[in-house]
Design a protein around this ligand. Structure first.
Ligand code: FES
Ligand code: MG
Length: 591
C-alpha cells in the first residue's frame, strides 16, 4: 500500500487549498450546513462518492437506497467521508420509448459529477440493464478509483410450483394469451409472479449478464454479482465494498488498471459460459472504447464462440438467480473455466487487489445442476457469431438459444447443415410489425425470414428491443413458435429467441438492410458467418441510388431534445453505441 498522503487527494483542491483560502471557504461552507464539520472535511480523509442509481422511478435498483447505508458504514470505518448523489435513473421496463436512450445520458451526467465535484473514489451502484454500463463507462472516462456494487437479483419467481423468470415469462405468457390458454387476469398474475422482491431480473437477462461481467472484469468484490438483493450477504458485501473503496483510493487503483484488454477477454469468455445477453457486446465495447482498449465483435466471436454454456439459467436453461448464487455465482463459473484451462488471463487484477485467478481458483461449485462442469455443458459452442454480408457489416447471433425445433426446421438440410435461405418479410419498426404480422396478403409461411428495420440507435432513438418477433398467430396455432428474425434493433436479454440482431450499420445509417424488399431471397450461412440478399451488386447499387433520390431512409420525428442531440452524435451498435465525441476524453480526472 502506498503512503496515505492526503495531499494526493483530488478533493484537497476543493476543501483544503492553501493557495486559495477564498475558494476553499466557498467550497466548504455549504457542505457544513447539514452537519459535517470543517475538521472532518479538512482531515485528509478521502471523499467517497456513492453514485446512487436507485429511486422510485427505477425499482430494479431501488434497494440500493437501503444498501447505501451499509456502504456508508464501511466508508466511515475505513476512514473515508461519504457523499451520496443521484445518477439519472434508468428503468429498463419503465422508460418510453426505450431505456436504451438513457444509457449515454446517465453516462454523461455521471462523468460531469465525478469530474466536477470533490470525489476521490466512487462506489458505482449497478443493477438494472443499462445502469451497469452507464456507470462503468463513466468510471472509464474519469478514471478515478471505482468499485461496483450490484443490487442483486430478485428472489426466484414461482407460479403453481414452477419457477417463473422475470422478463422471460412474459414471452411465454403472451403466447398463452394469444392462444387463449389464459385470460387477462391470469396473464397479469403469471407475469407478476416473476417479480417477487426487490432486485433486478432473476433470469440470465441483460442485468445478470452485465453484473456478472462487471465481476469478471474485476470491478466488483468476488461473489458480488449473484447474491440476491434481499439476502443478508448482500448488505454485508455492501459494507465490505465501502471498506474497500477507501483503500483503493490510497492505492490509487483505477479503472484503467483493472479493465485492461485481458480483463475484457476474460469477460467475453465468461459471457459465453453464463449464456450472456446479446446486449453485452454493445455495452462492453462501449466501456472499452472509453478506456481506449481495442475491442470489437470479431473479438467476441474469436474468443467466445467456442466456449461452452455451463450456467443453467433461464432463458437458455431452467434455474434462476437464487440458484445461481447458491451454486457459487461468478467465482464458481470462473473456477470451472479455470479447471478446464479456459480462462485466458487468470492474472488480471481485480478491485480487491488480487488477481481474478486467485479470487476464483478454489471457488467451489456447490450445485452442478445449476453450474455444470465444462466437460458436461448445456451447449457446446455457446458464444456469439458475428455475421457479415451485403445486409450489414456486423450482426450478432446468440447460437446457444437456437431451439431443436428451429434447428430441425431451418438447419436440417444435409447438403448444407449450417445455412438457411428464405423469402424476406420486411417490417418498418415494431408498430408496423404489430400492424401487419397477421396480414394474410404477406403469405408468411415457415420458409420466410422476418426482418425489422428502422430500430437502431438512430432509427428508433437509442435502439429498440424488438428483433425477436413472434410468428403470425396462424403459424403459432400450427405449432411454429420461432422463425428466423433479423434486424437492426436489439432484443431483450431475457428472450430466448435465436435472432440476428444489433445489425450495424443500421438502415438509418446507410446499412444494406435499408435496401431489402419483401419477397427478396436472403441466405444466412452460419459456418461462413454471412448474411446476404441474393441479388446482384448492380441491383443493390440501383436500389441505393433510388433510396437516396427519395430522400434516404426515413426516421420518425424527435420527441425530446435529447433524442435529437443523441441521434446527431451516436455511433452504431458494433461500436458500442457511444457518443462519438466522448471517446476522445480519457483519464480526465488527471487533467
Ligand atoms: Fe431491470 Fe430487468 S428490468 S433488470
Ligand atoms: Mg432489456
Amino acid at each position: 500500500m502506498t503512503a496515505r498522503d492526503p495531499n494526493r487527494l483530488r478533493s484537497r483542491a476543493w476543501f483544503d487549498n492553501p493557495d486559495d483560502p477564498g475558494m476553499t471557504a466557498l467550497y466548504i461552507e455549504r457542505y457544513l450546513n447539514y452537519g459535517l464539520t470543517r475538521e472532518e472535511l479538512q482531515s485528509g480523509k478521502p471523499i467517497i462518492g456513492i453514485a446512487q442509481t436507485g429511486s422510485d422511478l427505477s425499482p430494479c435498483n431501488r434497494h440500493h437506497i437501503e444498501l447505501a447505508k451499509r456502504v456508508r458504514e464501511g466508508i466511515r470505518e475505513a476512514g473515508g467521508i461519504c457523499f451520496e448523489f443521484p445518477v439519472h435513473p434508468i428503468q429498463e421496463t419503465g422508460k418510453r420509448p426505450t431505456a436504451s436512450l438513457d444509457r449515454n445520458l446517465a453516462y454523461l451526467g455521471l462523468v460531469e459529477l465525478l469530474y466536477g465535484y470533490p470525489i476521490d473514489g466512487v462506489v458505482l451502484t449497478i443493477g438494472c440493464d443499462k445502469t451497469t454500463p452507464a456507470c462503468l463507462m463513466a468510471a472509464a472516462t474519469v478514471n478515478i478509483p471505482a468499485i461496483a456494487l450490484s443490487v442483486g437479483p430478485m428472489l426466484n419467481g414461482w407460479h403453481r410450483g414452477e419457477r417463473t423468470g422475470s422478463g422471460t415469462i412474459v414471452w411465454k405468457a403472451r403466447e398463452m394469451l394469444a392462444a387463449g390458454e389464459i385470460d387477462y387476469a391470469g396473464f397479469m398474475d403469471l407475469v407478476a409472479s416473476s417479480a417477487p422482491s426487490v432486485g433486478y431480473c432473476n433470469t440470465m437477462g441483460t442485468a445478470t449478464t452485465m453484473n456478472s461481467l462487471a465481476e469478471a472484469l474485476g470491478m466488483q468484490l468476488p461473489g458480488g454479482a449473484a447474491i440476491p438483493a434481499t439476502y443478508r450477504e448482500r448488505a454485508q458485501i455492501a459494507y465490505q465494498t465501502g471498506l474497500r473503496i477507501v483503500d483503493m483510493v490510497w492505492e490509487d487503483l483505477k479503472p484503467s488498471d483493472v479493465m485492461t484488454r485481458e480483463a475484457f477477454e476474460n469477460a467475453i469468455v465468461v459471457n459465453s459460459a453464463i449464456g450472456g445477453s446479446t446486449n453485452a457486446p454493445i455495452h462492453l465495447n462501449a466501456v472499452a472504447r472509453h478506456l481506449g482498449v481495442p475491442l470489437d465483435n470479431d473479438d467476441w466471436q474469436r474468443l467466445g464462440q467456442d466456449v461452452p454454456l455451463i450456467v443453467n439459467m433461464q432463458p437458455a436453461g431452467e434455474y434462476l438467480g437464487e440458484d445461481y448464487h447458491h451454486a457459487g455465482g461468478v467465482p464458481a463459473v470462473i473456477g470451472e473455466l479455470m479447471k478446464a484451462e479456459r480462462l485466458p488471463h487468470p492474472q488480471a487484477l481485480t478491485v480487491n487487489g488480487k488477481s481474478l485467478g486467485d479470487n476464483c481458483r478454489t471457488a467451489e461449485n456447490l450445485d452442478t445442476r445449476v453450474i455444470r462442469p465444462v466437460s458436461d455443458p448445456l451447449v457446446d459452442k455457446a458464444g456469439f457469431l458475428n455475421l457479415k454480408g451485403n445486409l450489414f457489416d456486423s450482426a450478432i447471433m446468440k447460437t446457444s438459444v437456437i431451439s431443436k425445433e428451429f434447428r430441425d426446421r431451418y438447419l436440417s438440410n444435409p447438403d448444407d447443415p449450417d445455412a438457411f435461405e428464405g423469402r424476406a418479410i420486411v417490417f418498418e419498426g415494431p408498430e408496423d410489425y404489430h400492424h401487419r404480422i397477421d396480414d394474410p396478403e404477406l403469405e408468411i409461411d415457415e420458409n420466410c425470414l422476418l426482418f425489422i428495420r428502422g430500430t437502431g440507435p438512430i432509427g428508433y432513438p437509442g435502439g429498440a428491443e424488438v428483433v425477436n418477433m413472434q410468428p403470425p398467430a396462424a403459424l403459432i396455432k400450427r405449432g411454429i413458435h420461432a422463425m428466423p428474425c433479423i434486424g437492426d434493433g436489439r432484443q431483450s436479454g431475457t428472450s430466448g429467441s435465436a435472432s440476428i440482431l444489433n445489425a450495424s450499420p443500421e438502415a438509418a445509417a446507410g446499412g444494406g438492410l435499408a435496401l431489402l424488399k419483401t419477397g427478396d431471397r436472403v441466405r444466412i450461412d452460419l459456418r461462413a458467418c454471412t448474411a446476404n440478399i441474393l441479388i446482384s451488386d448492380e441491383e443493390l447499387e440501383q436500389r441505393r441510388a433510388e433510396l437516396a433520390a427519395a430522400g434516404g431512409f426515413a426516421i420518425p420525428d424527435h420527441q425530446t431534445p435529447w433524442q435529437e442531440i443523441q441521434r446527431g452524435i451516436i455511433d452504431q451498435f458494433d461500436k458500442g453505441m457511444v457518443l462519438k465525441p466522448a471517446v476522445a476524453y480519457r483519464d480526465i480526472a488527471a487533467s
